[in-house]
Ligand binder design. Structure first.
Ligand code: ADP
Length: 446
């Protein structure tokens, strides 16, 4: 329910001054802030001036103004009698919270409201007290009001000037910051350009080094291929001749001579193995090995290896080749068999007792072929080195079988050619597992 605080009657335009002054008093009494007091008073004064001004039509002959509080809001209602110029009211939306105009043929009702800050709202007793005070206070003269208005105008001007100065100071600060940012940006740009130049130079050097490395690697491969090729014929000849010398059909040798010829044959055989391994590796590296792709029956490869490799196993080591069942892989049968034979040979070479086991399992789109042994094992820090050419773990081959250190690099090369990977998992004394992972569908080459 609205508590009415004050009622005024306006008869002439000069009463508008009084209305303005009273509006400010009411606004101050109910707790509106200073700015809002001025806003409300200005809005009422504008309404009064518009209603009482002859702007191309007859002005109002009189008006009643009501101030009241309702639900934490100060309401002002102006009821003007007679035809008015309400439609000419300037926009007052910024001065009050709500404004409605009821423009009838005989009366015009303008309603405005402004919310009172929550902390300042009064209870009924407070409102009654204000009403009594307002009734007791007499309105001042238009001249007083004019002076007051001037004062307000001056303070508003002062405030505006302060704002303007603050704005100018902020602008200057902003300009300064902008200059700083630009300087920083330029510096960063320069630094970036410098770094870029460095990176470009580094890349050029890297390219050059890569080219040199490639050339060196190719030269090495060519050298190995040529030397091995040239060596193979004479070494084979030495083996042949030594065999002839030792032949029962030939002139008999003394026991000593026969032993020496045996040594020559053994050394020549080692040399031939090395030459053959070198030639294989050189071929694989030079890219002259082209896999011949076909659908390979893994079961058949396994059983063929079981037959050929078994002969190498000593009685204390069991060779277990687990039949993979129906299994087809798109690969090169000869190269694949070569890789697996190599791994089985190694397993048998480095295992004194226990077993060497080969299994195959399908994982997603790949075949995983694993050769596991219960042999000496390999220290983790050597897992990369054993794939380097000629590297052999020192003090090895518990079975005394010879080696060249070229088997694993060659095997890895072949597996890469077949589109797969060759990895090792091993611990000293805990055996080793070599895993060949190959895509079941080949490397995509038809
Ligand atoms: P090698 O002709 O000596 O067998 P590889 O390249 O096949 O040459 O192997 C390199 C080295 O890796 C071997 O000398 C051996 O020290 C180690 N190695 C390979 N396979 C095994 C294995 N199954 N168990 C233990 N060590 C192995």
């Amino acid at each position: 329910m609205t508590t009415r605080l004050l009622q005024l009657v306006l008869r002439t335009e000069s009463d508008v001054f009084v209305a303005r002054q009273r509006a400010r008093e009411v606004a101050a009494a109910v707790g509106l802030e200073r700015q809002d007091q001025v806003r409300l008073a200005t809005a009422l004064s504008e309404v009064g001036r518009t209603l009482f001004t002859d702007r191309g039509g007859p002005p109002a002959t009189g008006a009643e103004v009501w101030f009241g509080v309702d639900d934490g809001t100060l309401h002002v209602e102006v009821v003007a009698i007679g035809p008015t110029q309400a439609q000419q009211l300037p926009s007052l939306g910024r001065l009050v919270d709500s404004l409605t105009i009821d423009d009838g043929p005989t009366t015009t009702v303008v309603r405005m409201s402004r919310r009172i800050p929550v902390g300042a709202q009064l209870d009924q007793a407070g409102l009654d007290r204000i009403r009594a005070e307002l009734a007791a206070s007499a309105p001042r003269t238009p001249l007083d009001e004019m002076a007051e208005q001037n004062e307000q105008l001056l303070s508003a001007l002062e405030e505006t000037r302060a704002h303007r100065d603050e704005l100018a100071r902020l602008n200057a600060e902003l300009e300064e910051t902008n200059r700083g940012v630009m300087a920083l940006y330029n510096q960063l740009s320069d630094e970036l350009e410098e770094t870029n130049r460095g990176v470009v130079a580094l890349y050029a050097e890297l390219d050059e080094r890569s080219a040199q490395l490639r050339a060196a690697s190719e030269a090495k491969t060519r050298f190995l291929a040529n030397v091995s090729h040239e060596l193979r014929a004479p070494v084979t000849a030495v083996i042949g001749l030594a065999r002839l010398l030792d032949d029962p059909e030939s002139d008999p040798l003394t026991e000593d001579q026969s032993r020496q010829v045996g040594l020559i044959r053994g050394s020549a055989a080692d040399l031939l193995r090395l030459v053959n391994d070198l030639l294989d590796l050189a071929k694989a590296e030079s890219g002259t090995i082209q896999p011949e792709w076909s659908d390979v029956d893994l079961g058949a490869v396994f059983s063929q290896l079981r037959g050929t490799v078994r002969a190498l196993a000593v009685p204390s080591v069991e060779l277990v080749v687990v039949d993979p069942g129906p299994a087809t892989i798109r690969s090169d049968e000869v190269l694949l068999a070569q890789v697996l034979r190599n791994l089985l040979h190694n397993g048998l070479k480095f295992t004194v007792d226990g077993e060497v086991r080969m299994t195959a399992s399908r994982v997603d789109e790949d075949w995983l072929i694993q050769v596991t042994d219960t042999g000496v094992g390999i220290a983790p820090e050597l897992h990369d080195r054993i794939f380097e050419e000629f590297y052999q773990v020192p003090g090895r081959s518990p079975t005394g079988a010879p080696g060249t250190g070229l088997g694993l690099p060659y095997a890895r090369r072949l597996v890469t050619l077949l589109g797969g990977t060759l990895t090792v998992a091993s611990e000293p004394g805990a055996g080793s597992t070599f895993t060949v992972r190959l895509p079941a569908g080949g490397d995509g080459t038809p």
